[in-house]
Design a protein around this ligand. Sequence first.
Ligand SMILES: [Zn+2]
Length: 164
Amino acid sequence: MQKKKINKQIIIQPKPSKYRLVAKRSSAGLGLYTIDPIKKDEQIIEYGGYKLTNEEAEKRGGKYLFEIIESNFTIDGTPRWNLARYANHSCKPNAEAVWYGKHVWICPKRNIKPGEEITYNYGRVYFKDIIGGEKYCKCPIHHPSKGHLGKLTEKELRRYSRNS
Ligand SMILES: [Zn+2]
């Protein structure tokens, strides 16, 4: 990780993922999909962005704030180079967010197959305040009828595998 100060903003630049990941349309806007198989006990991708204090984050607001209450810091993951921001919320996720010091990683909860969408639970506050609760949650549990895509088709997977 590198920390650079640009316009007084400290940037947490994520380490490149060892997996090939793509952002693609899903039922909840864009979603993050893996092209490679991911093993449990590995790290999928680091959550990068601007490092803020929780007070600054509160003033700034936004959808991509990752708040770590215990350490009084927040990562504003708005920049598009923060690929991890495309991992959607799910109430039945295949990954989880884990932090070590100032690093937040999205880590698998189980083995993940090529083509699967990476999701993690954003937590109770986000679920209630930003998503708006069960009625608006687009995860497979709360929105099964709309068909959570959740997976790349075989054709998409082949195409992405060739091009990356
Ligand atoms: Zn849900």
